[in-house]
Design a protein around this ligand. Sequence first.
Ligand code: ZN
Length: 85
Amino acid sequence: MSFSAFGDDMAGKGFERNRKQLANKPVKLARFMKFSKPKERKFGANLHRCRKCGKTSGVTVKYGLYYCRQCFREEAEKLGFRKYS
Ligand SMILES: [Zn+2]
């Protein structure tokens, strides 16, 4: 089934898992989608997700990074950042 309201990466992991469990139960799935789908956000801390791990906290949006602080630490050298101290 298609789920085009927002990309899979925008949905929480728990939500994705629960939705897959209901794939063959259309009535229950409809109810689940009505009441349990994540809110579509226009602003707020939960709007941006880390592109690597999907976390919503500590995400750097500036310069189009979209990495959380933990993943940025791992990926920074590959992106061309250098440590001077
Ligand atoms: Zn991350």
